[in-house]
Design a protein around this ligand. Structure first.
Ligand code: GDP
Ligand code: CA
Length: 332
């Protein structure tokens, strides 16, 4: 059996996982339309928050809804056919964040999650229960069950202050210059049950084309998890979230600027570093438009391959996933 473990953030991670699920069904069919390969996603929980008394887990939900086929394709996040009646009531009471809308269907998920958490179920178990509603074809694991939330230190009117990542991202659209990102407690956080094993026993480990700082970077901030990536016998390949010097969508450039990394395909690969010299990657899949940067990646000891990387539709995402698997195969 082939085991593929993917580190993933929300929307970029979700698109890639949908493609991978399709590609895996083609390469390793199970005879029933699915795949015999074991697909596992280790998902960022740094964006999680308590809001209106509820625990919200945006990246896990983006992936859950997309794999279940109940996501809003147009808007790019949340549930399809969503309404916002409850959010309007909460706003009238001044509860929650006025700039962060919780859709009614989405609130159903948050209430179910919070209710199980309050009964004492750990987050991993909660994710299993939420996932069991749909045939996802991918096992979802939170990176950790501890609450380690990303905070952003910003400069605001000549002073520095910390705010939750969601506030910086959603309220300010990443417009306040970020000085740094911190996840208080992450250095003591344990990977969630199943995570280390999924990386250690994988045939391939893939970094999805997700935000390298606040999605993949946050996952890799868990010490035991980064160690598992360094130590796995599987090839570790990344798919570039940067195409032609820009994040395809979103504001990852603002995050990269804060950690002093240029917004470029090679710069991100070099930031992860080569496993041969204590880093995290064996291979890097980049877009054809960035092919001129391949030499500097290879020079750093990371294998590089180039192909179009825009996940415009499911076949495109599946072809990208296939190219990542091919690159991994070439490294065995
Ligand atoms: P979030 O948690 O919802 O912000 O999503 P992720 O962290 O999983 O992914 C966001 C990143 O996906 C962005 O920073 C983009 O750089 C990247 N991205 C989005 N669409 C595409 C695409 O079509 N191709 C590639 N290569 N990257 C993409
Ligand atoms: Ca996210």
């Amino acid at each position: 059996m082939t085991r593929i473990t993917v580190l993933a953030g929300g929307v970029g991670g979700a698109k890639f996982l949908r493609g991978l699920r399709t590609e895996a069904a083609r390469r390793w069919p199970d005879g029933a339309g699915g795949t015999s390969a074991e697909l596992t996603a280790v998902v960022n929980t740094g964006d999680d928050a308590w809001l209106a008394g509820l625990r919200i887990t945006p990246d896990l939900d983006s992936i859950l809804y997309a794999l279940a086929g109940v996501n809003d394709e147009q808007r790019g996040w949340g549930r399809a056919g969503e309404s916002e009646r409850v959010s309007a009531e909460l706003r009238a009471y001044g509860v929650g964040w006025p700039w962060f809308t919780l859709g009614d269907l989405d609130l159903g998920t948050h209430i179910a999650r919070t209710s199980w958490l309050r009964e004492g179920a750990p987050l991993g178990e909660v994710v299993t229960r939420l996932s069991s509603r749909w045939p996802l074809g991918v096992r979802l694991l939170p990176m950790t069950e501890q609450e380690v939330e990303t905070q952003v230190e910003v400069e605001d009117g000549g002073r520095t202050r910390l705010m939750h990542f969601q506030e910086w991202w959603t309220r300010y659209r990443a417009s306040l210059p970020a000085l740094r990102f911190v996840q208080p407690g992450v250095d003591r956080a344990e990977a969630a049950p199943g995570v280390i094993e999924a990386i250690a026993s994988a045939d391939v480990v893939v970094f999805a084309p997700s935000n390298p700082v606040v999605s993949i970077g946050t996952i890799l901030a868990i010490p035991s998890l980064a160690r598992a990536v360094r130590d796995t016998r599987a090839p570790v390949v990344g798919v570039s979230p940067i195409v032609g010097g820009a994040p395809v969508r979103g504001m990852a450039d603002a995050c990269l600027a804060a950690i002093g990394v240029e917004t470029g395909a090679a710069a991100v690969a070099l930031h992860y570093g080569s496993r041969a010299s204590g880093g995290l990657l064996d291979g890097w899949l980049m877009d054809t438009v960035d092919e001129s940067e391949a030499e500097s990646i290879r020079g750093a000891g990371i294998a590089a391959a180039a192909r179009p990387l825009l996940m415009t539709d499911l076949p495109a995402s599946a072809a990208i996933a296939g190219a990542a698997l091919d690159l991994a195969d070439s490294l065995r």
